[in-house]
Design a protein around this ligand. Sequence first.
Ligand SMILES: [Zn+2]
Length: 395
Amino acid sequence: MTRRGDLPPAGPRPRRDSAGDVLRAVLDHGPIARSSVARATRLSAASVSGVVTSLLDRGLVREVPEAAGPPGMGRPHVPLDIEADRVAVIGVHIAVPHTTVALLDLRGQIITQRRDPHSAHDPASVLATLAARIASLRRTRRRILGVGVATGGWVDTANGTVVDHPLLGWRDVPVGTALAEATGLPTRVDSNSRALLRAEQLFGVAARRARESAVHLFVGNVVDVAFATDGTIHHGPRSAAGAVAHLPVEGHAEVCACGRAGCLQAAVSERTLVRRALADRLIDRPDLAALIAAAAAGQPGAVALFTERARLVGRATALLLDLFDPEVLVVSEAGTNRLPGCLATLRAEATEWSSGSADVTATVRASSFGRNVLAMSGGAVALDHVFAAPLTPVP
Ligand SMILES: [Zn+2]
């Protein structure tokens, strides 16, 4: 098994990219005139003009003729907007029970997505299925800019490798290289939480605040965390930051994959929830969606399971609030995102257990992406690169 110390450190942080600055300004403020882009980015009018010509050539922005100023004003006053129709990215999420593959536009809108249960869990089978799904999504008139893959566990972003995903049983799987070779598309890989944090910074309800400082807590079968300051997401020298799966949870006896009892991930994971629901005959098949539907219909046992989970996640949230004091803390958890009352329960518990310095209601939010979090997480890995360096040549 690869240990953290065996891996080379991640590369240096990329320099600021003026094309990325322009594209993000158009995303945030479009339709917007070139002169306003120059003000927003603090670039010269000439720099903006040159970059915009290249972005128009690539089909990443478009001019909005209907909003043009009076005749004779000239092209610099024709507003620019994100090109939402000509290009797309493919987002892939690898979960413990299934994969999600989606097509997204440059605004992070999901054009189409599909979910497939794994027929086998070994990397070769899963990656072959993914390559086939990606091939079918390419039958679109849109130009595909790249593929983004998100999954849980320890993900080495620089090398595109899933270093360790204990619940899938994957070790050192070169997901990025394998999918790039199979599809011919540039492919990037990142962790669930880092991907969803980036999605919040680009497209989220509180995007502006999330760019100041933010924490993202992902709770599915896997539990992981990402944090960012000054717009930059921390990966750590081995790309291993954010591992909170084995945070001790008081008074919980669930035995974890690590062999100990009382780890956060074991206590709140979807498989634990589904197993308990099956044992209590709240559902008749191992399906989280069925349990959510039962809770949404007010089935008391199902509601109780999600309420208990929200309390445990609320305690972890309290710790993260005290540790990072972030501008926003986003929770991606099925109950919090989709059931009434869970977010309030989570916030109440976070208030109870935190030191009290944070305004919990203002800081703690549910994901901006509701039932689309998995499709968005993969898509955000690809879109992150598009918005960071949109004119980088495609290899
Ligand atoms: Zn554990």
